[in-house]
Design a protein around this ligand. Sequence first.
Ligand SMILES: [Ca+2]
Length: 408
Amino acid sequence: MAISMLQGSLKYDADRKADGTGDGMRVPIVLQNLGTGWTIPIMPNENGDWTIRNVPDGDYQIVEQQGYQVSNVWTSDLDYASNGSSAPRITEAKLPSVQEYNQQSSPVTIHAPGKMTKGSSNVINGVSETTKLFSVQGSSVSWRTNGEKNTLSTVASSNDNDIKKFLTILNGPSKNTGFEDELKNQGITIDSANLISGGPPGSFSADNGTFGSYPQGTPIDSIMPSPPYNDLKSSFNYINGYPEDGQYNVENTKAHLNGSNATWWNLAGHTTGDERDKFAIVNGSNPGQNILSQSVAVEPNTAYLASAWVANMLKTRASNFKLPQGKLEVTDTTDPSNPKILYSNNLGTSLEANLDHPEWKQFGDIIRTGGATRQLTVNIISTGPSGDGNDYAIDDVTLRKVLKKRPP
Ligand SMILES: [Ca+2]
């Protein structure tokens, strides 16, 4: 048996509304049978739409693959059985960079000129999943609707709009604002090894401050059912759902919220920017409480870079909306009875809501240990009361050794 037709789209969702609309993106989409490896790369048409016919029963993925052997990519509307060939399994999506997206001399036109960036965007990442996992059985297509629950949603008709909607991949603009390029320009080299690492299974450190990753194709808005980090020492309450004041969760791409909660961005993580990428969402409250805290053994008289990436969840500004009210703090806790603050930076002061697109911003600085220092503790601390606004995301918390200092 085979389904007569699969249709989907690849869209640039400039406002990250996740309503299925947007400008067409001409980036290869690869349909791959997960059992046989039978594979077809197809280039969406200028509206971002693609059609593949006569797809046999089996388990499949479609994966966005910028740069996929473009000469072998077929144009839209083709027959799976007569045009496919065997290929290794694709284990991650490849989204275009802003530069690739704007490149007019590319072998294929990725986009209509002038449509690409929004505001100060410098990153394109997932609004929906960038890999879609599904099964074909007779005339029906099924897929998981809840990542953790593996629920099947079966649709009977092969041309059902629900299938096309599911197979539509959405990319959107985002921005990363970091300071490490500037450090590099100053001749300062930072070790790649994150000292917030190791530790027992399930510990915060075990995921290197990245908050971990899901398998590719995991539905967006998949929230970890229970606190994933037992030694987080969090004073915040974990919630398997939307975080209210004083709560946090760990999930992948935050889906755009409708109705009363539409003030939040659809936001992908900072680490890989797709549906694999988990991060923490904090709804601020409880001034002075630790949101997360990690102690690390360090060397005396040594320079380290402490850093965290934080994003304001809000997509609107209003006079009653508070900025994220937290601080990144590094404390010398060699003597726990006499902690010494080495670095403290309020997050909110430079984290105004970006109205064009979500923005991940890097906070931190180089700190130097003293002659007696053996342990540092990296804290992210809530500093403001509950209220409208004061909602923020945290990702990629690191403490790394400074290898090469600024030349004299
Ligand atoms: Ca992450």
